[in-house]
Design a protein around this ligand. Structure first.
Ligand SMILES: *[C@@H]1O[C@H](CO)[C@@H](O)[C@H](O)[C@H]1NC(C)=O
Ligand SMILES: *[C@@H]1O[C@H](CO)[C@@H](O)[C@H](O)[C@H]1NC(C)=O
Ligand SMILES: *[C@@H]1O[C@H](CO)[C@@H](O)[C@H](O)[C@H]1NC(C)=O
Ligand SMILES: *[C@@H]1O[C@H](CO)[C@@H](O)[C@H](O)[C@H]1NC(C)=O
Length: 369
């Protein structure tokens, strides 16, 4: 294994815990008209091909900014704050630069504290806030992590609740310190984060607030013992969707269904699949299976239906049709044969008639003569 991929695996291991936490928060936030802004910072020591320090800024589920210690420049996806002279760009570079130094110091301290001399060490921080759909601040949160194992610290503030977890590496705060921190989080950090969130929301509203309706398919796949009937909704944004499978108009219980996790499609849209196994026995019965989806982008529900037991009907219709075709063919042959008989019969009659006529003519000519 090359050094690079080895490092990648080591680091990925340490990152996975963090990513899990992130995905949890994204899911919690999904749905309503609320929005969130998250800053994810990673500081890596040891020899790796990665920059020492990287920052990713996420607005909801869209990456809006990136910073690393190699370039020391914030790269925004919104075009008009790409300009280095802009206030936001300067603020970004300042904030992330400060963060870089803090995390560097903290890493030195932790390495010393834990007697770590060599190898790759990963320190991560996630901080961000959420806003309600009416624009009111909802919460602010900060979590820090060292090598994915040691919970460094966690702060959570949501207007009514404040929690601080010192983790395994710091000493806890006394009452006075706690009261001071609450004041700072309430009056400085939360409003500041919400203000930044609103700025990004204005710049990236075409991406974050876009509505892309789902496309819906009902898919049948043969499996051992029957058929797997799946509802697939895909290509939608935002990620929140209600997808239900109905059997004869009644919702199928969630525990009968498999799947059900909203997954990114890789093009900025999402997909969701819910599957039901239907036994061969059950398939013989006539049931109406319907997939129905509701989504922010749709005025009305979207649905597709399929009827089981209909194949059998098709088969019997087909055989009935075959019999009918056969009858028609036989009838055709019969008529044709009958016609031909008649033909021959009439031809012989005609021959007779001709004979009669010529005889008569002969007779008349005889009489004329
Ligand atoms: C670090 O190493 C020193 C000496 O090697 C030892 O005395 C100390 O207990 C170690 N600390 C930890 C946290 O393992
Ligand atoms: C804040 O968090 C606590 C604990 O999770 C919860 O009970 C409370 O309802 C939250 N308050 C608000 C305003 O969201
Ligand atoms: C199946 O049910 C759906 C909704 O319950 C309905 O719209 C559809 O017409 C039904 N299809 C058949 C073939 O009965
Ligand atoms: C999904 O269903 C829930 C509960 O019925 C409802 O509150 C929510 O608005 C629905 N979401 C969409 C996107 O239709």
């Amino acid at each position: 294994m090359s050094n690079t991929s080895c490092y990648t695996i080591k680091i990925m291991d340490k990152l996975s815990v963090f990513l899990f936490v992130l995905s949890f928060y994204t899911i919690v936030n999904a749905g309503s008209g609320s929005h969130s802004l998250w800053v994810l910072a990673t500081y890596i020591t040891g020899e790796t091909p990665f920059p020492e320090f990287t920052v990713v800024v996420m607005l909801d589920d869209v990456q809006v900014a990136y910073y690393d210690s190699n370039n020391k420049q914030t790269v925004y996806r919104g075009q008009h704050i790409n300009n280095k002279e802009d206030e936001e760009a300067k603020d970004g570079a300042y904030v992330f630069g400060t963060m870089y130094h803090h995390m560097k110091e903290r890493s030195l301290h932790l390495k010393h504290h834990l007697n770590l001399t060599e190898g790759v060490q990963v320190q991560q921080r996630m901080s961000g806030c959420e806003m309600l759909d009416n624009g009111e601040p909802a919460l602010i949160m900060q979590k820090a992590n060292f090598n994915g194992i040691f919970a460094d610290f966690a702060i959570y503030y949501n207007i009514t609740h404040f929690t601080y977890d010192a983790g395994k590496l710091l000493i806890g705060w006394d009452g006075m310190m706690q009261a001071y921190k609450i004041t700072v989080y309430e009056n400085v950090y939360l409003p500041m984060c919400i203000r930044t969130l609103k700025t990004f929301l204005k710049i990236d509203k075409n991406v974050v607030m876009r509505k892309v309706p789902p496309r819906l398919r009902l898919i049948k796949k043969e499996v051992s013992g029957g058929l797997q009937v799946s509802c697939l909704a895909f290509g939608f944004y935002p990620r929140h969707i209600n997808l239900t499978m109905l059997r004869d108009g009644q919702p199928v219980a969630e525990q009968e269904l498999t799947g059900g996790e909203v997954l990114p499609s890789g093009d900025g849209t999402y997909q969701l699949r819910k599957s039901l196994e239907v036994s061969t026995e059950e398939l013989k019965k006539r049931h109406n299976y319907t997939c129905t989806a509701s989504h922010l982008s749709l005025d009305n529900k979207l649905d597709v239906s399929w009827e089981s037991g209909a194949e059998r009907v098709h088969l019997s219709t087909l055989s009935a049709l075959l019999v009918m075709v056969l009858i028609v063919i036989l009838l055709g042959i019969f008529i044709c044969i009958k016609r031909r008989w008649r033909c021959i019969a009439s031809q012989s009659k005609l021959a007779n008639f001709d004979a009669n006529v010529s005889e008569e003519m002969n007779l008349s000519s005889d009489s004329e003569n």
